[in-house]
Design a binder for this molecule. Structure first.
Ligand code: SF4
Length: 324
């Protein structure tokens, strides 16, 4: 079966059961996302609901997946309603919850429940995890090629890390493509960077954001949430891995990771990205309070390219904080 999901969760279980994981966010954003938003609004989704939710709804309605797993705690406040809507449309649904507050035994129970649903043993799941960790090690190398060696662009870093939520549905092919990319990168000269940036928040809905930043000789050397999606801690234990994953827990969990990475990556300025109508805007208000380097809030709404006003705002921010 092709099993769609709404954010990163223990994908090892799905692969161990022989199914194909499909990150519905990636499916939405890579395939004419404007059309999917239109489709959802025509079906009655209000204008004041986040575009990602509308996109996930619309791609699920196209029946390109056989079942949807909604992450009902630790991701999005809209997921319960989204799942109800899909269920009423006849789409089989399952759910997964990250415990709040973070709790090892509750998370373990939740993973065991998933294993029961998909009829796999913990041993089978751990075997898959070991396989995926071989690929994740290569993604760590790709990340280092971004922030230590300046050979991978922020956009490339974003694309690879965000794709590791479902390994494009085929981990073996993903690894092959990654090997080829890493081989090609080896021959590159380091990029000239005027300003080292961090991108904090959910992946952007704006298609040309990274291109625009790069056109101004700046590079994103830290993609916070995308890096978290790639599970860079490589814990031996599956439960530990999903306890270290900061995205589903508190803003304090995220801040510990962010503070460490901003420092070791020598980041000079931060772009704090939020999505219109998203509850995570509150987290960014807190982040801005505690991060002591220049911080620019950027809000995305509809899928598409940067508008002129936002370009001007970014340009001014980069000019003020760039090292000319
Ligand atoms: S951006 Fe926010 S509101 Fe939109 S799907 Fe993600 S968590 Fe939900």
């Amino acid at each position: 079966m092709r099993i769609g999901f709404t954010t990163s969760f223990p994908v090892e279980v799905i692969l161990a059961a022989g199914h194909t994981p499909v990150d519905l966010n990636n499916l939405f954003i890579l395939n004419k996302p404007e059309n999917y938003v239109d489709m959802a609004e025509k079906d009655g989704f209000p204008r004041t609901i986040c575009s990602w939710i509308k996109g996930i709804y619309a791609v699920s309605m196209e029946k390109c997946v056989d079942e949807v797993i909604g992450i009902v705690q630790g991701d999005c406040s809209n997921t319960h309603s989204l799942l109800s809507t899909l269920e009423l449309e006849g789409i089989p649904i399952q759910y997964f919850s990250y415990p709040y507050p973070k709790d090892r035994s509750k998370l373990m129970k939740e993973i065991e429940r998933l294993e029961e649903i998909y009829k796999v043993s913990y041993t089978q799941v751990i075997e898959v995890k070991k396989r995926l960790d071989q690929i994740r090690k290569k993604l760590i190398h790709l990340d280092e090629l971004t922030w230590i060696y300046n050979k991978v662009t922020g956009k490339e870093n974003h694309t690879w890390l965000v794709s590791s939520t479902d390994f494009n549905g085929d981990p073996d092919q993903f690894e092959k493509d990654l090997d080829e990319f890493l081989c090609e990168v080896n021959d590159r000269l380091p990029l000239k960077i005027n300003l080292r940036l961090a991108f904090l928040g959910v992946p952007p809905i704006i298609s040309d954001l990274y291109d625009y930043l790069e056109s101004m000789n700046t590079q994103v050397v830290y993609n916070e949430v995308q890096r978290q999606f790639s599970m860079p801690t490589l814990c031996d234990d599956l439960v530990d891995q999903y306890l270290h994953f900061t995205y589903p827990y508190s803003v304090q969990d995220r801040m510990k990771d962010i503070t460490l990475e901003l420092e070791r990556r020598n980041v000079s300025a931060v772009i704090g990205y939020t999505q219109s109508f998203c509850h995570r805007q509150i987290d960014h208000f807190l982040m801005k309070k505690y991060i002591k380097i220049p911080f620019m809030n950027l809000e995305g709404d509809q899928p598409g390219v940067l508008d002129a006003r936002t370009k001007l705002r970014i340009e001014s921010f980069l000019e003020i904080h760039g090292e000319n």
